[in-house]
Design a protein around this ligand. Sequence first.
Ligand code: BTN
Length: 252
Amino acid sequence: MYKIPANTLFIGKKLIFMPECHSTNSLALELCQQSYVPEGTLVITDWQTAGRGQRGNTWESHPGMNLTFSVILKPTFLAIKDQFSLSMITSLAIRDYLAAMCSDPVFIKWPNDILVKQSKICGTLIENQLMGQQFTYAVVGIGLNINQQQFNIPMATSLSLIVGKDFDLQDVLEGLLSHLESRYLQLRQGRAQQVKEDYLKYLYRFNEHHTFQSGDDQFGGKILGIDDQGRLRVLIRDQERDFGVKEISFVD
Ligand code: BTN
């Protein structure tokens, strides 16, 4: 059970709690299609039975241990071509919150994983509904590992493993939503350039030389930034190349 957060203007003011559901993103998308929902509506559960991740993956989270929720936004001010901005503000909001909670550096691994000590602590899945050239809504799904101690996948971690104590899920939720609202308002106020600068500031392996893989090719390269569509720009042997999400992976 969760309470409506006291420290936000509109995010979470309508709260839909399901003790168990298949996926908060799927539920939020269904709600938007069925009826009017106010901007900022929060759909949250203790247990997702079919949590969805990036690239068709699943998202596993032990019941009642972590935060799994979706926020419905209506970014009608945003051009469709700028939709990666939503990814950037979401990642930044999570990073802002976590950086205040732990002393280890917190990075954003392109496009929107959050890493602490080289391990993934949070994943986000943003699903947009467009009509013509306009957004109707965006569902921002966040899975943040809080009190879970053991993971079936390598290189996963939780806030509790990092900090060494357990956290109250309601407190974390409120902190996180407040940061999400601030970053969203920053974008709505037209400060997209600042958002991009901040994103690059915390981008994992930005401006460093590392090995990447694309298809069967492995190559050394240096991340230079992201293009207007949010593709990763990498310098490879004096040539700049832009990669989409399914086109490149990090090797070392
Ligand atoms: C990833 O693969 O890294 C993205 C994971 C996103 C998981 C969250 S949990 C809440 C929301 N509902 C879902 O089904 N997925 C997202």
